[in-house]
Design a protein around this ligand. Structure first.
Ligand code: UT7
Length: 348
């Protein structure tokens, strides 16, 4: 029988600078009320340092994971970085991260599936653990979206932010871990969300820069329509395939692209919003980082054995779902945190 892969540590990094809706109002013709109502976003983080790229945030998130797990970077066998904003077209950002964190015994590569990059990477990484090929795999989602945003385009600039999250995958020692997953793609959706230049069809030129073709190009409504269906479809598929009812689910972990898309997925699953990891108001859409940022933020509330459904949708179109039984035991620190929350809630 195959081994089972389990998430054994989570970490994150978000830049300090907070770009609020109020500041967005000074950049483009928009209003905070419009942004909150249509997307659920109030602010996003921006990596202001122009000398730093996605590898910087990825390395910070990875170091956070290593510290929490208490292991040396030399123990890592493989580093996968999920990103649409690599430091350079080549070498891979994962190579730069491996060097930065001292993962000298690992091999590494980038994986790109737009907003589904992290879940695709997690699924890929799990196979190296299940087959027994590797013992410790780092999966990092990191995007400096501010590097491909046109801050004069109100349709896209309000949505995205910068950030990174990371997880460590190891062999499960019990029945918990990654139980099931299903990835999808429909390449005919490519025209609705893409970066027109910088690749082999439209290499960088004076004209591509002048025509702002190195920024995100998105038909928001077309993407919304498909995303709202597919993210819910794949989450529901994970529940049905694994005979899970809404009561069995501890948390839905959705890609944070639009609060309305997330609400639709939760409704289809019959899960109340109190069981949904939602931090889009603080970070906006961080593309490859949304899922691990959620896992890292909710970690103190999660119990070993909790059923999580991960679901995402992105350019491509790409989408995917995953059923995870949480593998990390609650630390003493998080138990104290939970106790404090109860005390505050009931005003003891
Ligand atoms: O993570 C990858 C996947 N990405 C997504 O899933 C994003 C999916 N799309 C969306 O989340 C939504 O389509 C948006 C949030 C991008 C836009 O919301 P919408 O409800 O679809 O708005 P819309 O594009 O239909 O625009 C409605 C109106 C338009 O004005 P008119 O033509 O009705 O006069 C827009 O020009 O709102 C206008 N508008 C804005 N107004 C104020 C568009 N952007 C803005 C803005 N501020 N920032």
């Amino acid at each position: 029988m195959n081994k089972r892969a389990a998430i054994t540590a989570v970490g994150s990094y978000t830049p300090e600078y907070v770009l609020t809706n109020e500041e967005m109002e000074t950049l483009v013709d928009t209003s905070s009320e419009w942004i909150v109502t249509r997307s659920g976003i109030s602010e996003r983080r921006i990596l202001k340092d122009k000398t730093k790229g996605s590898s910087f945030m990825a390395s910070k998130a990875a170091e956070n994971v290593l510290e929490k797990r208490g292991i040396s970077p030399k123990e890592i066998d493989l580093v996968i970085v999920a990103t649409v904003t690599p430091d350079y077209p080549y070498p891979a950002t994962a190579n730069i991260v491996s060097d930065a964190i001292g993962a000298v015994n690992a091999w590494s590569f980038d994986l790109q599936a737009a907003c589904s990059s992290f879940i695709y990477a997690l699924q890929t990484a799990s196979k190296f653990i299940e087959s027994g090929a590797h013992k410790k795999v780092l999966v990092i989602g990191s995007d400096k979206m501010s590097s491909i945003i046109d801050y004069t385009d109100r349709r896209t600039s309000i949505l995205f932010g910068d950030g990174a999250g990371a997880v460590l995958l190891e062999e499960s020692t019990d029945e918990n871990g990654i139980i099931d997953a299903r990835m999808y793609v429909d390449g005919s959706g490519q025209k609705h969300l893409y970066q027109p230049a910088g690749g082999s069809v439209n290499p960088a030129s004076f004209d591509t820069v002048l025509n702002k073709q190195h920024f995100i190009s998105m038909d928001g409504q077309a993407v919304f329509k498909v995303a709202v269906t597919k993210m819910a479809d794949v989450a529901e598929e994970m529940m049905k395939r694994n005979n899970l009812t809404a009561d069995d689910i501890a948390f839905l972990v959705p890609h944070q692209a639009n609060k309305r898309i997330i609400e639709a997925a939760a409704e289809r699953m019959g899960v109340g919003m109190e069981k949904v990891m939602l931090n889009i108001h603080k970070y906006g859409n961080t593309t490859s980082a949304t899922l691990p940022l959620c896992l890292a933020e909710w970690e103190p509330q999660l119990k070993k054995g909790d059923n999580l459904i991960l679901t995402t949708f992105g350019a491509g179109f790409t989408w995917g779902g995953m059923y995870v039984k949480w593998s990390i035991s609650r630390s003493l620190e998080s138990l104290v945190f939970s106790l404090e929350s109860i005390v505050i809630q009931f005003n003891f």
